[in-house]
Design a binder for this molecule. Structure first.
Ligand code: PGA
Length: 251
């Protein structure tokens, strides 16, 4: 069975003191939670401080982005090895804000996925359609293009080290959540794509998180769906009780 996985994407929020306080609160509260994997993904400048705050707890550390090259003249970028050095085990790749605000392509995401795996990080690969694409009936065309592009060239063994997050762009930070049916439809289609690319055993074990306005109030219904294996949480991950409230529903 797939173990649920809930990760908090803190985005470009908080300062050092509030990031550490949030990390400590989440780490403490997670003590009593069973049957769920948890991670927090702070801004990269706070990775080290947050890593210290969650040391010895059930919470893993993740980054929000990285560059695909191992080192060199890439001003402002961080490599996968640097993230490992800071204690990260996960890295979010291809988040819709990076795709749509910063112009990241499937090809770039794919290079990052390969580099992350090579360094021993677990990528959380995000895919999701815009509202206009959903309205135009293009949801699965977009999702298929993004996931196939992001997974290009990965061996079956590498595929077992991947987490996928379905995040409809229209549901991110808007308070508008996909219905459990809408989400499940895409999640089961994503699992089928993985099965067609690899096999049913890999498809059966890959974890697919849902993201987009997940809150304690809607988490149970979403996470109760057969192909939804956890959540990638933005806004609600900035509050200890809300993040833990979601994590409780997943366990
Ligand atoms: P949200 O963000 O929970 O604030 O909608 C989710 C995400 O972008 O990962």
């Amino acid at each position: 069975m797939r173990r649920p996985f809930v990760a908090g994407n803190w985005k470009m929020n908080l300062d050092r003191a509030s990031a550490v306080a949030l990390a400590e609160g989440v780490a403490k509260g997670a003590d009593s939670l069973v049957g769920v994997d948890l991670a927090v993904c702070p801004p990269s400048c706070y990775l080290e401080a947050v890593g210290r705050a969650i040391a010895g707890s059930k919470i893993a550390l993740g980054a929000q982005n990285m560059y695909h090259q191992p080192d060199g003249a890439f001003t402002g970028e961080l490599s996968a090895a640097m993230l490992r050095d800071l204690g990260c085990t996960y890295v979010i790749l291809g988040h819709s804000e990076r795709r749509h605000i910063l112009g990241e392509t499937d090809e770039e995401v794919n290079k990052k996925v390969h580099a992350a795996l090579a360094a021993g990080l677990t990528p959380i690969i995000c895919v999701g359609e815009l509202l206009a694409q959903r309205k135009a009936g293009q949801t699965m065309t977009v999702i298929r293009r993004q996931i196939n592009g992001s997974l290009a060239g990965l061996s079956p063994r590498q595929m077992t080290g991947i987490v996928i997050a379905y995040e409809p762009v229209w549901a991110i930070g808007t308070g508008e959540v996909a219905t459990p049916q809408q989400a499940e439809e895409v999640h089961s289609a994503l699992r089928k794509i993985v099965e067609d690319r690899y096999n049913d055993s890999i498809a059966g074990s890959v974890r697919i998180q849902y993201g987009g306005s997940v809150k304690p109030e809607n988490a149970a219904e979403l996470l109760g769906r057969p192909d939804i294996d956890g959540a990638l949480v933005g806004g609600a991950s900035l509050k200890v009780e809300q993040f833990l409230g979601i994590a409780e529903k997943a366990g």
